[in-house]
Structure formats: C-alpha cells, structure tokens
Design a protein around this ligand. Structure first.
Ligand code: FMN
Length: 182
C-alpha cells in the first residue's frame, strides 16, 4: 500500500506535520510526503499547452504529484485566511490540466483511482469551508475519492496543540486504520 501526503504547512514541526507523522506511524506500507512549501512548484502560468497536449508543460517538483502509483492521497494543511495557503492553491491550479485536457483536448484522466483524505488544522477562527472545497478539488483531480468520515478538522491550535487533543489523535489513528482496510 502506497500513500501520498501533500503537506501544506511551511512549519516542519507544526501541527500539520505532527499529525502527518502520527498518520505515517500508524499506516502500513510506504508513505511519501510532498511539501507544498519546500519544493519548487511554480504557479499555473495559463500557457494553455494543456488545452492541446496531455499533462502540464511546466517541469518542476509537481512531477512528484503526478506519479500514478498511490492507493491513498492525503491533503494535510493549515487554514490560512479561511482557505488553503497560497502554495496549496498553486497545486490546485496546476492540476487544472486535468480539466483542460478533458474539455479542450478530449484527453481523459487515466490516473489510477485512490482513496482520499483531508487533515485540516486551524488556530481557532473556524470557517474551513473554502479550504475543504479546495482540498476536495485537488483530490478529485488526482482521481481520489474522499469520504466525509475521512475529513479531520482540528481548529483550536491557538489553545492546544493538535497532538494534545485526544479526540484528534484518535481520529488520525482511525483514519490510518481506515486507509488500510477499505
Ligand atoms: C497567514 C495566516 C492565516 C491564518 N488564518 C487562519 C484562519 O483563517 N483560521 C484559523 O482558524 N486559523 C488561521 N491561521 C492559524 C493557523 O491555521 C494555525 O496556527 C495552524 O495551527 C498552523 O498550522 P501549522 O502548525 O501546521 O503550521 C492562520 C495563520 C496564518 C499564518
């Protein structure tokens, strides 16, 4: 079993990374983590190559997300201004080639189907709606189906670190189990 985790936090020891480590510790198989911040992922330049040809024309670290070998894809991220941080939105935009390939070039998304999951942390302002919708869009474009029970939100990191919240720790462990079992 192979799991791809896209980490949207710039903080290598922040709440998102702590929950990702917990997930990986409880998951079997092989896990690959790709940081949205600590890789070179250029924003979409609207070059429109994907209106005509398969995939995205920009050759950078996005390639790490194109590998078609995963059984699970997890989007793990903090909430920034009620949304995903900018580099995660860049990742979402870069996956627009899936839409443009289909609409303009009639090229189908043949990426292997995977299970999807979302882990979202926030300081305490709440309102994660946009972030969840954008995370779902990333997963959809990666052909990954996310069930509601596989969306974990912990929106209280200003008060208590995520790893100290027992319910969140249990939910991450349950998610790891579910991703192995389904
Ligand atoms: C630019 C910025 C915007 C933020 N906006 C929100 C927000 O809208 N809602 C919220 O609950 N927390 C917000 N936060 C707080 C972070 O989500 C919170 O500190 C989170 O734990 C950071 O994740 P990390 O520890 O994995 O880096 C924001 C933080 C930053 C830096």
């Amino acid at each position: 079993m192979k799991t791809l985790i896209i980490n949207g936090s710039p903080r290598k020891n922040g709440n998102t990374s702590d929950l990702v480590k917990l997930l990986v510790e409880n998951l079997g198989g092989e896990s690959v983590e790709v940081s949205a911040y600590h890789n070179k992922i250029t924003p979409c330049l609207d070059c429109r190559a994907c209106n005509k040809t398969k995939g995205c024309a920009i050759k950078d670290d996005m390639q790490k997300l194109y590998d078609d070998i995963y059984d699970n894809v997890v989007v793990a991220s903090p909430l920034y201004d009620e949304d995903l941080p900018g580099p995660m939105i860049s990742i979402k935009n870069r996956f627009n080639y899936v839409y443009a390939n289909k609409r303009f070039a009639k090229i189908k998304n043949e990426r292997k189907k995977a299970r999807g999951a979302i882990i979202l942390v926030g300081g305490g302002d709440g309102k994660p709606g946009h972030a969840i919708e954008n995370a779902k869009t990333i997963l959809k474009r990666m052909n990954s189906k996310v069930l509601d029970e596989h969306i974990i939100k912990y929106l209280n990191t200003d008060e208590l670190p995520a790893l100290e919240d027992e319910q969140t720790v249990q939910r991450v462990k349950d998610l790891a189990h579910a991703l192995q079992c389904i």
